[in-house]
Design a protein. Structure first.
Length: 462
């Protein structure tokens, strides 16, 4: 049956304006999956100027033409799902100033809620200058972001199929993950592919071990004796095929990202200098990430991987999500707050009050920084010493949060001021920390009437 068309009637004028209008050429849009409601500047007599449009591309172009006809220069819309993306791109290409507003900031519409009233409410708030647009990088960075986000999705799916392969091996009691530390390494994949090809002799499988494996051939062979049930072998074969296909897709994404970064880099771009950490440089070369590190350096002009804990994958997420222009963040405190890495302290009447965490407590960048902070727990760097001290005082979860916040501060200083990160080492950090503790305890004891003197080196404790 054909869908019925509803005839929309104006059931009342907009609410009386009690605020000063700052932008007379502002419009508000209420987005939907099937239709968009647009409110332009009101008429001379204050009557609402509302129009309804569809969501097809011709309708979106007609919407942009209608806004031009109404003399609109700036538009505000909610960030509803992904429905805003096609309209945002069309309006941005037409020269409109588009504000993408968090839906929580404009959700409390007074009175009865309808799409018509919503768009009028958005237009009123925007005309009075009460809306703040969300951060969105330049169009070039958005294209890079789309590629890197989808690549990271493929990496997550690859990890899922690795778990499926391990599950099939466990069901056959073939404990490859006990024989080697990583089943996707050289030895692990050689053993799995030999099993798929029909090899069942555990000693023949153990002879595929890499010479750098810690376990001997007999120890590995003891873990590779299984029951070889056909249904589990079939599942293992299919999982390996999907794994190989995803690896191929990830390789194609890597090639496309390198090509796109090469197109973005300036003409006078210089290659990245040698990495200050020899062990980290060796790992980057081993994983095949050195070309991406070089491409990111030529494009941005700084090397985020020089900071301890930040690898090439984390650096690519930071550049693709935030871009190279940090001018919208006045200082590093605003930058840390935007990444949701600032403590959530609520104060009322001069006292701290308990407050719940927001529904979205993480962004992609903060998630990447938390993962980077977690890798520092055994590091011999100053950041590693900071992580361990925080973990000893307040627990691992607080240590991850605090270290991620410190990484965000270092990134802001490097991008905005060119302040290079120099690691002083865990021993130097501990020495500075002990000096601060000694100064604090000495001052406290002096206030209590005690005199603090260092023990002579010849004194022997009994």
């Amino acid at each position: 049956m054909a869908r019925k068309t509803k005839h929309v009637k104006d059931k009342g004028k907009r609410a009386p304006r009690s605020l000063k209008i700052i932008q007379t050429n502002a419009a508000g849009i209420d987005l939907g999956s099937r239709e968009h409601w647009v409110c332009g500047p009101p008429g001379d007599d204050g009557t609402p100027n509302v129009e309804r449009f569809g969501t097809t591309t011709p309708e979106l172009c007609r919407l942009a033409d209608w806004l031009k006809k109404q003399g609109v220069e700036t538009v505000a819309m909610e960030s509803t799902g992904v429905y805003w993306i096609p309209l945002y791109e069309i309006l941005d290409s037409r020269g409109f100033e588009v504000l993408l507003v968090n839906a929580r900031h404009i959700s409390n519409v007074p009175g009865r809620k309808t799409d018509m009233i919503d768009c009028q409410w958005i237009q009123l708030l925007h005309a009075c200058g009460l809306l703040r647009g969300s951060f969105r990088p330049s169009d070039d960075i958005c294209r890079l972001r789309a590629l890197i986000r989808e690549r990271n999705t493929m990496v997550e799916q690859r990890s899922d199929w690795v778990r499926r392969m391990q599950k099939s091996l466990d069901q056959m009691n073939v404990c490859v993950h006990h024989a080697v530390s990583d089943i996707t390494g050289l030895t692990g994949m050689a053993i799995i592919r030999a099993i798929i090809d029909g090899e069942r002799n555990p000693h023949a499988l153990a002879r595929l071990r890499d010479s750098r494996c810690r376990k001997s051939e007999n120890q590995i062979a003891e873990e590779l004796t299984g029951n070889w049930r056909p249904e589990h072998l079939f599942n293992l074969r299919q999982a390996l095929q999907v794994y190989d296909r995803i690896c191929s897709v990830i390789g194609e994404y890597d090639s496309e990202i390198l090509t796109y970064l090469a197109a973005l880099q300036p003409q006078d771009a210089t290659p990245a200098p040698s990495h200050p950490s020899k062990s980290k440089a060796k790992n980057l070369t081993k994983r095949g990430q050195e070309p991406l590190r070089q491409a990111l350096y030529r494009f941005s002009g700084f090397d985020l991987t020089a900071i301890d804990g930040i690898g090439v994958d984390t650096a690519s997420v930071i550049v693709s999500e935030l871009g190279l222009d940090f001018t919208m963040f006045p200082d590093e405190s605003h930058f840390v707050s935007y990444l949701r890495l600032a403590p959530n302290l609520s104060i009322s009447a001069g006292k701290k009050v308990p407050s719940k965490f927001k529904a979205t407590t993480c962004t992609r960048v903060s998630t990447a920084l938390r993962m980077a902070a977690l890798t520092l727990r055994n590091s011999k760097s100053a950041l590693g010493g900071f992580y361990r001290r925080m973990a000893w005082r307040k627990g691992a979860s607080v240590a991850v949060f605090a270290t991620a916040r410190k990484l965000a501060q270092l990134i802001y200083r490097l991008v905005c001021y060119g302040q290079a990160y120099v690691d002083t080492g865990a021993e130097a950090y501990e020495a500075r920390f002990n000096q601060r503790r000694l100064k604090f305890y000495t001052k406290s004891l002096n206030l209590m009437g005690y005199t603090v003197e260092p023990l002579s080196q010849n004194t022997v404790a009994v």
